[in-house]
Design a protein around this ligand. Structure first.
Ligand code: GLN
Length: 200
């Protein structure tokens, strides 16, 4: 039996194409997900960067918010970058009114945290579970994690702020590995999906 996982990228808004390319490079079959029927067919899901308020609105509009919550709660592996990280937070410190999240990681995020003085930047980030050199972190109006609960593991920090977290099968980074051509973080996620699919 082939053990190539099928991984979706939530394709409502954001940098979908870059994630599809990165996942394919990390040996997964990657496809966009826009409808509940498509969500049902994937082994894991990436939530791209973009604008979390827009993604939240569109997820409700497309009838995806509840199916997403159900699958994440059931343990489907999921990886959120930037706006996708915000979608995985159980709580947003500064949500827009009506902004909802899928949740899944016991953490509080602050949107646009790296702020005005430094809207976008790159920095080397050491990510636990990613062997070798630090990852080149591309931060674009990125959130950081204010605090995590007992169940969540901090995988990386930048200048004292939490920028990568894992809780069970949910992974989140403030930065965008899909923009660098370095697929090691996507490989880590593909391994999580593979481990989830392989019967004990
Ligand atoms: N690059 C990004 O995904 C930016 C995230 C955006 N600031 C938000 O709040 O959703």
């Amino acid at each position: 039996m082939s053990n190539t996982p099928v991984i979706g990228v939530l394709a409502l808004q954001g940098d979908v194409r870059e994630h599809l390319i990165a996942l394919a490079a990390a040996d997964a079959v990657a496809r966009p997900v826009r409808r509940p029927e498509e969500l049902a067919e994937v082994d894991g899901l990436v939530l791209p960067g973009g604008e979390s308020t827009t993604i939240s609105k569109l997820a409700v509009l497309f009838g995806l918010m509840e199916p997403l919550r159900t699958r994440v709660r059931a343990g489907m592996p999921v990886y959120g970058t930037c706006a996708g990280m915000i979608m995985l937070a159980d709580k947003i410190l500064d949500p827009r009114s009506g902004q909802e999240t899928i949740g899944g990681i016991d953490m509080i995020v602050r949107r646009n945290a790296f702020g005005r003085q430094n809207e976008s930047f790159e920095a080397a980030v050491d990510v636990k579970g990613v062997p070798g050199e630090p990852v080149e972190g591309v931060f674009i109006r990125a959130p950081w994690v204010e605090s995590v609960g007992a169940g969540a593991e901090v995988l990386a920090e930048h200048e004292g702020h939490i920028v990568a977290v894992r809780q069970g099968n949910a992974l989140a980074t403030s930065f965008h590995p899909e923009l660098t051509g370095d697929h090691r973080v996507h490989s880590l996620f593909v391994d999580m999906v593979r481990a989830h699919r392989t019967p004990e």
